[in-house]
Design a protein around this ligand. Structure first.
Ligand SMILES: C[S@@+](CC[C@H](N)C(=O)[O-])C[C@H]1O[C@@H](n2cnc3c(N)ncnc32)[C@H](O)[C@@H]1O
Length: 288
């Protein structure tokens, strides 16, 4: 986990209050050069496709170790909406049972993830690319985006697609990993995990789509209604949970030897029972 945040320079708004957008753009560009730099988008897409086909349902299993369900938190603002809900990059579709009465549709690029969703009796499902959604303009009442926006590329195209498919008053509810909110002990625990893995951070292709997501959405034309951080706690109660932790992180550069060694260490670390803080962020926005 990193300490990334978009720092927007404080300046007086110009006539019409127009300063904000350019300041945000510049702050985002600056951060891109730092943290997101070096992530080749084609290689990332290949890595992501193989990763999810090899580990279907991994995100749901990992978040399933949380004290309360982050998916239930995400689903709250979507309940009671009567139009179609598109679950973007739905994975194994953990949100589906939480919106049982909704006209729900899951879209994901990974056949492995979609098969896991289908095995769990969750549907309907379509295989598709978030950057080219197989959905007609202005037909969706809400888009649910669980844990996916920082990994979907190219970001501008994906956000434009979400806006395209939403009705004019449609809503986006997104859940993303965050970096802020860890206690000192929580930070130390993550530092220990990452040191065992021999790395400082996961190489997110779009790190700004975490704590900076609200800024990005405003910039893309959305009206942000809520931007809320919340720290969940994962209970790691056995060797398998230590292995799950290693498998659940995006670490494209980790060698097979290092992975084996880290699993051994983190497996025995988790065996005696550990708690790991997991800061997340829920952002709710209107199409605007
Ligand atoms: C972190 S997982 C989140 C899955 C699910 N929303 C959840 O929370 O359990 C990211 C998901 O994005 C999907 N994905 C990656 N690239 C995609 C793309 N270009 N279009 C659609 N889905 C994509 C992956 O297959 C994976 O299921």
């Amino acid at each position: 986990m990193t300490t990334y945040e978009v720092r927007v320079p404080r300046r007086r708004p110009g006539p019409g209050g127009a300063v904000g957008k350019e300041a945000v753009r510049e702050a985002v560009r600056k951060e891109s050069r730092k943290e997101g730099a070096g992530v080749d988008q084609d290689r990332w897409r290949h890595y992501l496709a193989a990763y999810h086909d090899e580990r279907p349902g991994i995100t749901e299993r990992f978040l399933g170790r949380a004290d309360t369900s982050p998916y239930a938190w995400l689903a709250e603002p979507l309940r009671g909406r009567d139009g179609p809900v598109l679950d973007l990059a739905c994975g194994s579709a953990p949100v589906r049972p939480l919106l049982a009465g909704a006209h729900w549709l899951g879209v994901d690029a990974s056949p492995g993830e979609l098969a896991a969703a289908a095995r769990a009796g969750r549907g309907p499902l379509i295989r598709g690319d978030a950057a080219r959604l197989p959905v007609v303009d202005g037909t969706v009442d809400a888009v649910c985006a669980a844990m996916c926006l920082p990994v979907l590329t190219p970001r501008d195209r994906v956000l434009a697609e979400i806006r395209r498919v939403l009705r004019p008053d449609g809503m986006l509810a997104a859940l993303v990993p965050a970096t802020r909110g860890l206690s000192p002990a929580g930070l130390a625990r993550w530092a220990r995990v990452m040191a065992t893995l021999g790395t400082l951070r996961q190489p997110w292709p779009d790190p700004h789509a975490r704590d900076g997501l609200a800024h990005l959405l405003r910039h893309a034309g959305f009206e942000v209604i809520a931007d809320e951080p919340r720290v969940f706690t994962l209970a790691l109660t056995g060797t398998d949970d230590g292995h799950l932790l290693v498998d659940a992180l995006y670490l494209p550069h980790l060698s097979a030897d290092r992975t084996r060694a880290a699993k051994k260490k983190l497996g025995s670390w988790a065996a005696s029972g550990r708690r790991l803080e997991l800061p997340l962020r829920r952002v709710v926005a209107r199409r605007g």
